[in-house]
Design a protein around this ligand. Structure first.
Ligand SMILES: Nc1ncnc2c1ncn2[C@@H]1O[C@H](COP(=O)(O)OP(=O)(O)OP(=O)(O)O)[C@@H](O)[C@H]1O
Ligand SMILES: [Mg+2]
Length: 223
């Protein structure tokens, strides 16, 4: 067995009669790699990430996650894989604005059957420390800055110690200085914990901080 965590073979996705969003993509990512996906708006980045993240189930071709054909899993197994092995960071954060930092970050633990209720507080506090949010634990998300919200989203994405983190334009809403800080943080998690990252971005600087860059155009890998 090799150490590929994600292997896509001949993946094609058609939303409707107008052309292919993803056109016959072959791609693999090794465990511990940080891969950037760049390409113009509409080139298929989000679609590709949604296939890898298990959010899109209708496509042709084969997708193996940690050596297992993803689409052959039962719905229950898929949901479990998504919660335990995949962390997802999206551009507009996907947080519950009216809830505290603590409650947002805790959420994935509630769906993890390996976690005992009295482990929750310790796990949340330790991940908040990692993203430097210990002081904002009880603050409502709607009262945070963009960079702080992004760090809450990262904390929530990594709390179950996933093998793979998928990030769709994780820095799009941030200024240059915060973009750099967030990328440093992701890189640190990547290097220190061996978490694999697949990151879609428009930002060249973000791509440069990754190990490898894949360029999408019209649903195809062109570089
Ligand atoms: N739900 C959908 N239904 C129909 N077509 C869709 C849907 N989502 C995306 N598309 C189309 O699929 C193609 C790829 O879209 P996708 O969102 O993957 O691009 P993207 O590279 O993430 O773009 P952006 O940089 O703007 O986020 C586009 O032509 C888009 O219009
Ligand atoms: Mg997109």
């Amino acid at each position: 067995m090799n150490n590929d965590i994600v292997v896509l073979k001949g993946i094609t996705k058609k939303y409707n009669e107008h052309g292919l969003a993803i056109n016959n993509i072959n791609l693999s990512a090794k465990s511990g790699e940080m891969v950037a996906i760049i390409g113009e708006s509409g080139s298929g980045k989000t679609t590709l990430l949604n296939i890898i993240g298990g959010n899109i189930k209708e496509y042709s071709g084969h997708y193996r996650l940690q050596g297992k054909d993803f689409n052959s899993l039962s719905n229950r197994e898929k949901a479990e894989k998504k919660n335990k092995y995949i962390g997802y960071i999206i551009q507009d954060y996907g947080l519950i604005d009216d809830q505290s930092v603590y409650n947002n970050v805790k959420l994935p633990l509630l769906f993890n059957q390996d976690i005992n209720i009295n482990q929750i507080r310790g796990l949340v506090m330790s991940v908040l420390e990692k993203v430097n949010l210990s002081k904002l634990t009880d603050r409502k998300v709607k009262q945070l800055s963009g960079g702080e919200k992004q760090r809450v989203a990262i904390a929530r994405a990594i709390i179950n110690r996933p093998a793979l983190v998928i990030a769709d334009e994780p820095t799009a809403a941030l200024d240059t200085s915060n973009t750099f800080k967030i990328m440093e943080l992701l890189k640190k998690i990547n290097v220190e914990e061996g978490v694999t990252f697949i990151i879609a971005t428009h930002n060249k600087k973000v791509a440069e901080m990754c190990n490898r860059t894949i360029v999408l155009q019209d649903g195809k890998i062109v570089d």
